[in-house]
Design a binder for this molecule. Sequence first.
Ligand code: NAI
Ligand SMILES: Nc1nc(O)c(N)c(N[C@@H]2O[C@H](COP(=O)(O)O)[C@@H](O)[C@H]2O)n1
Length: 222
Amino acid sequence: MEVIVNVAMSADGKLATPEREQIRISGPEDFDRVDAIRAEVDAVAVGVGTVLADDPSLTVDDPDRIDERRACGESAQPTRVVVDSRLRTPTDAQVLDDAADTVVFASAAAPADRIAAFEQRGATVIVRGDSRVDLPAAVDALGDRGVDAMLIEGGGELLASVFATGLADRVSTFVGPLLLGGREAPTLADGPGFDRPFPELALDGIDRLDDGVVLYWSVLKT
Ligand SMILES: NC(=O)C1=CN([C@@H]2O[C@H](COP(=O)(O)OP(=O)(O)OC[C@H]3O[C@@H](n4cnc5c(N)ncnc54)[C@H](O)[C@@H]3O)[C@@H](O)[C@H]2O)C=CC1
Ligand SMILES: Nc1nc(O)c(N)c(N[C@@H]2O[C@H](COP(=O)(O)O)[C@@H](O)[C@H]2O)n1
């Protein structure tokens, strides 16, 4: 399984405000770049914190890219994936609409009535892990469902676990022309901090886009 991470961050490395307010960091060129990555992968994932803060759609927007997926015999949209230990995703969230298939990973701590409510909305709920979602097991479960490549878009707590478990292969970071500030603001890797050795990256390329830059990284496997 290839795991790609993408985020937009301010020049001081923040993904949003300390209050989790979504701020436009990039612009149309970068949104189009991300739409192209979504169109290339089999699944697009976020943590429940991102669903609660942003209510993202996680779909491909460009009709030509959707047609191209269909022409290749793929589903029109990649599968949407939410990592949500206790199933806190609101049942009217966009990720549970009928625009694409959705898989929600929960832990054994998720209430049974929430599982039923999600399944009623058409989502597939898969339990992996005791109190928190076991990410390597979740990625294996996606592989069993035919997912060969996935994009993980955030937020900071989920991505910290993705890096800590060595799941990420490639990272792209758009760095935009503003400062968001705040020690409680989410970053590319929040959580408790990493055990040594720290995850290491190799810089593969740089592009100027909108009013910022995109940095392309590979994650070194030790
Ligand atoms: N600028 C950007 O590109 C993006 C920004 N964001 C921002 O990130 C913020 C949300 O980030 P966070 O609050 O950190 O939430 P998050 O989206 O990282 O979700 C974290 C939650 O996932 C669940 N989870 C279950 N198993 C887990 C595991 N093994 N490891 C980690 N989490 C696990 C937990 O309930 C945890 O609270 C929002 O403000 C959003 O706007 C999110 C995506 C992209
Ligand atoms: N805050 C912010 N600024 C940008 O410039 C971004 N590109 C993002 N990206 C994240 O992508 C999600 C949007 O998803 P949909 O287009 O609704 O599918 C959302 O979670 C943003 O946090 N964010």
